[in-house]
Design a protein around this ligand. Structure first.
Ligand code: UT7
Length: 334
């Protein structure tokens, strides 16, 4: 019997502070109407406080996941953290999370694929399960985007927020879990979405600081066009090769970058808005957090056997789509 990797639980965390569109209007030249109509975002959560890194949110998401699934931290084999805003250049944020939650047996490492990172990490974690190598893998998606956002740049500061989510992967032989994937990268996308300094090519210096080079740089309209085309194409391809019609799809789980990109993807798949997970209005674009935060928010509506199509697009460029069959009915309290 073929072993597949099923998601058997979800945890999530967003920080308390809510940055509203109203507050953004006081920071940059924008309007609440522009933000809502062009992005669908009403508010986002921001992690405040000295010395608070991405791991703070990842730890909370994993702790919730362990509690909800009744899993002992010592039984975890592997923790992968997808993040674009690691606590430190090294060691990995996954190591920090792992130590904090007491996952003593686990090995852990980070993955970086910008907004597609969680999806790539989920596919990677699943391989360790499918091969029979491990039985309990946690995949975390977490970002403190506010740490690399220029709050004087109206074209980016309105979009991003902070947050984290985590899923537990376990083996099944019931035909549930991750069934197909198509993941893509094109490094020619670099000029349109990147952070200019802070890496080995351009280490931090007085000049890079003065030039505001440690923030997200995005040519929004170009990224938008690539995102709409690639995310929709790849999701449609994954549906087609698995002989899934729109009727067969219970949920589209899209990366939450812009409501207009999500609408275009759903339209291309022929999936109605009632089947589209959407929380961008509450969280904005939390980069690696978007997909697990969606799964957490919609967990109570998911049923065993539901066909889910996950789709994402992000810096790199990176993009792709996963097909998975949901593995459990949520408990009434969830
Ligand atoms: O998650 C990773 C991948 N990222 C994405 O998928 C994001 C993709 N891009 C987007 O979501 C959109 O491109 C944005 C939301 C970033 C921008 O929306 P847009 O409709 O593509 O606007 P634009 O960049 O084409 O700019 C149109 C106008 C410009 O003014 P002019 O030159 O026409 O006078 C901008 O200066 O809108 C202006 N603008 C704003 N106006 C008010 C840009 N940002 C703002 C703002 N408030 N916050």
């Amino acid at each position: 019997m073929k072993i597949t990797a099923a998601i058997t639980g979800v945890g999530a965390y967003v920080p308390d502070y809510v940055l509203t569109n109203k507050e953004l209007v006081t920071l940059v030249d924008t309007t609440e109407e522009w933000i809502v109509s062009r992005t669908g975002i009403q508010e986002r959560h921001i992690l405040k406080g000295e010395g608070q890194g991405t791991s703070v949110m990842g730890i909370k998401a994993v702790e919730q996941l362990l509690a909800k699934t009744g899993t002992r931290a010592e039984d975890i084999d592997l923790i992968i953290c997808a993040t674009t805003t690691p606590d430190l250049v090294f060691p990995a944020t996954a190591n920090i999370i792992s130590a904090a939650v007491g996952a003593k047996k686990a090995f852990s490492y980070d993955m970086q694929a910008a907004c597609s990172g969680f999806m790539f990490a989920l596919a990677t974690g699943a391989q360790f399960i499918q091969t029979g190598t491990y039985t309990k893998v946690i995949v975390v998606g977490a970002d403190k985007m506010s740490s690399i956002i220029d709050y004087t740049d109206r074209s980016t500061c309105i979009i991003f927020g902070d947050g984290a989510g985590a899923v537990l992967l376990e083996p099944t032989t019931d035909g549930l879990g991750l069934l197909d994937q198509q993941l893509c990268s094109d490094g020619n996308g670099e000029p349109f979405l990147h952070q200019k300094a802070g890496g080995s090519r351009r280490p931090p210096s007085a000049e890079t600081l003065a030039g505001r080079e440690h923030f997200v740089y995005q040519e929004g309209a170009t990224v938008f066009k690539f995102a709409v085309k690639n995310m929709a194409d790849v999701a449609a391809q994954v549906m087609e090769r698995n002989q899934l019609t729109a009727n067969d799809v219970a949920w589209l789980v899209p990366h939450q970058a812009n409501k207009r990109i999500i609408d275009a993807t759903a339209h291309r798949m022929g999936v109605g808005p009632e089947k589209v997970m959407l929380n961008i209005h509450r969280y904005g674009n939390t980069t690696n957090g978007t997909i697990p935060l969606c799964l957490a928010d919609y967990e109570s509506q998911l049923h065993k056997g539901d066909n889910l199509i996950i789709a994402a697009f992000g810096g790199g460029f990176t993009w792709g789509s996963l097909y998975l069959k949901w593995a459990y009915d949520a408990k009434p309290s969830q």
